[in-house]
Write a protein of this length. Structure first.
Length: 217
């Protein structure tokens, strides 16, 4: 039980709360036990996930990639306390109907591509890139990557290409007519990721595999 907490999301793996922490509002992410798993194994897997998420967030912060600052990691209780980002998700930004200027959209795309390029440069693979996991700060509009719950460290070109493919699928399935924006994301990614040539080439293979799979049903 977290004191004065307001549940903001109940997912399949975790509960996300907004709660006061040291005189400020914080996000508290709590991973809960899975009833179908053996308790000892469950504790081990849950702890590993908590540590992995916090580690990837820290790794990004050390590289000055804007992500929520981790305040506290309580492995025993499977809790991560982190900065509450005030703002809106890119998903909400793209689905609100207030006719964003192409220049404004291009700026967001550039920030996304730049952040992802930098994240892959330090071998962090996000694992769940959707437009809900990209936030824009209220004050500055600057981009923040959130939800590192499925993230891991990998230097494999394939893993990074799949990361981009997951985001591409999220764009095409959720936001019609954003092909130009996604191309702008990849352009900025190309300018910021060290291995972009190989990764973008691999992305073409991953897309092809995806198409074959959907043709076969
Ligand atoms: N640091 C944060 N600041 C503001 N809002 C946040 C923050 N972290 C999460 N949220 C909000 O809570 C929602 C759920 O968080 P998150 O995506 O981390 O959980 P989840 O998808 O349930 O986790 P997981 O994918 O690890 O199972 C986000 O979509 C976002 O709206």
């Amino acid at each position: 039980m977290i004191h004065n907490a307001q549940l903001i999301k109940q997912g399949a793996e975790a509960k996300v709360y907004l709660a006061p922490f040291c005189q400020r509002q914080a996000i508290i992410k709590e991973r809960f036990a899975k009833a179908y798993r053996h308790p000892t194994l469950d504790k081990k897997l849950t702890s590993r996930r908590v540590i992995q998420e916090a580690r990837c967030l820290n790794r990004c912060q050390k590289a000055f990639i804007d992500t929520p600052t981790v305040y506290l990691v309580d492995v025993d209780s499977s809790l991560i306390y982190m900065e509450f980002i005030e703002g809106c998700s890119v998903r909400d930004y793209l689905t609100t109907d207030d006719g964003h200027l192409p220049e404004a959209q291009a700026k967001v795309a550039k920030e996304i591509g730049t952040a992802l390029g930098k994240m892959h440069n330090i071998d962090v693979v996000h694992g769940d890139l959707t437009t809900s996991n990209l936030m824009m700060r209220k004050e500055s509009g600057s981009l923040v990557l959130i939800d590192f719950g499925l993230s891991y460290v990998s230097n494999l070109i394939e893993d990074k290409a799949v990361d981009l493919y997951v985001l591409e699928r999220a764009f095409t399935s959720t936001h019609p007519n954003t092909e130009v924006m996604f191309a702008q994301i990849l352009e900025a990614y190309g300018q910021n990721s060290k291995a972009s040539k190989l990764i973008l080439k691999k992305l073409e293979d991953v897309r092809m595999r995806g198409r074959k799979r959907s043709m076969l049903g």
